[in-house]
Write a protein that binds this ligand. Structure first.
Ligand code: DQA
Length: 144
């Protein structure tokens, strides 16, 4: 099973970015946790981050038909990007939306998600464990 985990802007700054909200782990720590979790299940993970909307869209376009599931933390683009929504709309495999924090309990501008209508489920407010839960969720959906 192949899963693409795709991370949006500013997530490369985890560890020093608002640790009271996002925790002290770096994105590399989260990638290592995901690889360890997936490796025990013989799942292959491709982990990607970009601060650029167009780069994320191009990654999604080239990834089409290559993955059994997508885990998407589009960060601030979650709340703004119809272009990323449109790119994800081409996918027929399960998409799981993940956030470290719970955007719905934060500022009003974080309450809209352009990913949510396309997501099989949303996992928010679980910190980095949310990524592991998303891997399990894709496995569960695929094996149903
Ligand atoms: C985030 C929540 C978003 O609202 C925010 O813009 C982020 C991170 C999260 O993981 O909690 O950059 O996606």
């Amino acid at each position: 099973m192949n899963i693409l985990i795709i991370n949006g802007p500013n997530l490369n700054m985890l560890g020093r970015r608002e640790p009271e909200i996002y925790g002290s782990e770096t994105l590399q720590d989260i990638e290592a946790k995901c690889n360890q979790h997936a490796g025990s299940k013989e799942i292959n993970i491709d982990f990607f981050q970009s601060n650029y909307e167009g780069v994320i869209i191009e990654r999604l376009q080239t990834a089409l038909d290559q993955y059994d599931g997508i885990i998407a933390n589009m960060a601030a683009y979650t709340h703004t990007s119809i272009a990323i929504h449109d790119a994800l709309k081409m996918y027929s495999c399960p998409i799981i939306e993940v956030h470290l924090s719970d955007p719905k309990t934060r500022e009003d501008f974080r309450h809209i998600s352009y990913i949510e209508p396309l997501a099989a489920c949303v996992i928010a407010g679980q910190g980095s464990d949310g990524y592991l839960q998303a891997i399990d969720k894709i496995e569960e959906i695929i094996n149903k």
